[in-house]
Design a protein around this ligand. Structure first.
Ligand code: 5CA
Length: 437
């Protein structure tokens, strides 16, 4: 993409009430624009990152054996009356009436819809286990939408729903999602800590939140240091195997965390183990058994022919919130530092003197070579000051940058810059082109 033809409405001034750095940077970098409180338009740069994050989430769900579908944003109120949540959900639910006076709502989550889909066609244990997910916009009429995409009213969520014959099987499905989440967040360059959690309006008694550590987070995290340092299990996990030991490894450290809570009450937490910080909840998983299947009569026949409510869990990832979380975790005074896996472009090319024949030719060569190599490239070909070009490329966080100026190109050289470290080196253009190929 040539920057001269792109739509990148960077902002020089951000509104004074913008409180956290990720919100400031997303506005300044021209990624989002607020259309109403907690409701955003995704501008081209922001959309590219959103799609990348969505794709990582999708790949890890697929790898764990979940199956993608797409449920509607508008749902029938009747389904929520069946489950008993229509009244209980309260003011966060956006209620809508259509021209026939039918009551609808903009889905804040989709347990009822997915249970309705399931009960219409699955009747036997032979079709289990089943895990259905979608990546769809949700609406919650939050009292205080704030921090940009972190707490929006309209936001993109991945929500998965597992169906099993009994609690033991459901526990296995829960473990699959637990492990898939660790891998998902690690692929985005995040350290996400699983913490035992309350179930709130979703219900059930087994639940974990996945928390990214950041000073501006809304959640308080108090956990064992080793839990933060522990890496993700990685792509070789056998999802059909026994995942319990992997989960136990982490839950053992919870257990240790709970012990620390007790010790803390007596003021005796060993300082070398303790981590008390703030964090951002990027995922939340629940096992709630028959909570929806029972009232909604989603029954399956077991091997003995006896029909009983299916056991369910649900698994959410805040896809749009993740943009904010990644930026909170990875930025400097110059702007965003995208981890490679989610960067909107892999490579930036800065032409320090657009219109200069040698600079233009070298940039065009690099641009063509990088695209031929399958890289997503943003070429700053604008007629702008060098300082403004450097600042833009850093603000929007492109991981690697090639800088072409008249002096160095006269000697056949360009400068190569790494955004994360600020490291710069001079290299022959031919060597850079060869490396790209
Ligand atoms: N039905 C369950 C699992 S699918 C559920 O809705 N869980 S949740 O309420 O915890 O939401 C899942 C994830 O969505 C959260 O972990 C959070 O990352 C994200 N999320 C929730 N509310 C918002 C919001 N207002 N703005 C942005 N992201 C949100």
């Amino acid at each position: 993409m040539r920057l001269s033809r792109f739509f990148l409405p960077v902002l020089k001034e951000v509104p004074a009430d913008v409180q956290i750095v990720s919100h400031q940077l997303m506005l300044r970098a021209g990624m989002i624009r607020q259309e109403a409180a907690g409701i955003y338009a995704w501008l081209p740069l922001g959309l590219r990152v959103l799609k990348k994050i969505e794709q990582i989430v999708r790949e890890e769900m697929d790898r764990a054996g979940a199956i993608e579908l797409l449920m509607p944003t508008l749902q029938l109120a009747d389904l929520w009356k069946e489950s008993g949540r229509y009244e209980a959900y309260g003011d966060e639910m956006l209620r809508i009436t259509d021209r026939h006076d039918r009551q609808l709502l903009y889905g804040p989550t989709a347990e009822e819809v997915v249970t309705d889909i399931f009960r219409a066609s699955v009747k036997s244990y032979k079709d289990l286990p089943l895990n259905l997910y979608n990546i769809q916009w949700k609406f919650r009429d939050e009292r205080r939408p704030r921090f940009g995409v972190m707490r929006g009213r309209e936001f993109l969520m991945k929500d998965a729903y597992s169906f099993d014959l009994n609690e033991a099987d459901a526990r296995r499905s829960y473990n699959r999602m637990f492990i898939a989440y660790l891998n998902t967040f690690a692929r985005m360059g995040l350290k996400a800590v699983p913490m035992k959690a309350d179930t709130g309006p979703i219900g059930g008694d087994l639940s974990h939140e996945f928390i990214v550590l950041a000073d501006t987070g809304e959640s308080q995290v108090f956990c064992h240091k080793d839990l933060v340092e522990m890496g993700a299990p990685g792509p070789d996990v056998d999802f059909d195997g026994d995942l319990q030991p992997l989960v136990d490894q982490r839950t053992a450290l919870y257990a240790a965390t709970e012990e620390m809570h007790d010790e803390a009450a007596f003021g005796a937490v060993p300082a070398d183990k303790q981590l008390s910080a703030r964090g951002i909840e990027v995922g939340h998983i629940f096992y709630f058994g028959e909570k929806y299947s029972k009232p909604m009569k989603a029954n399956v026949a077991g091997p003995d022919g006896v029909s009983a409510p299916v056991h369910m869990g649900s698994y959410g990832v805040g896809v749009s919130r993740l943009l904010g979380a990644i930026i909170e975790a990875s930025h400097d005074e110059g702007g965003i530092i995208w981890p490679d896996a989610v960067a909107p472009y892999d490579l930036g090319i800065i032409n320090l003197k657009s219109g200069d024949a040698a600079c233009d030719a070298a940039c065009e060569k690099a641009y063509a070579a990088a695209r031929a190599a399958g890289k997503a490239v943003l070429y700053d070909d604008r007629d702008e000051r060098a300082g403004a070009k450097f600042a833009t490329m850093d603000l929007i966080g492109i991981p690697r940058q090639i800088v072409v100026g008249p002096k160095s190109i006269a000697e056949g050289n360009v400068e190569v810059k790494v955004r994360a470290t600020g490291e710069r080196s001079v290299a022959a253009l031919d060597a850079v082109l060869a490396e790209l190929a």
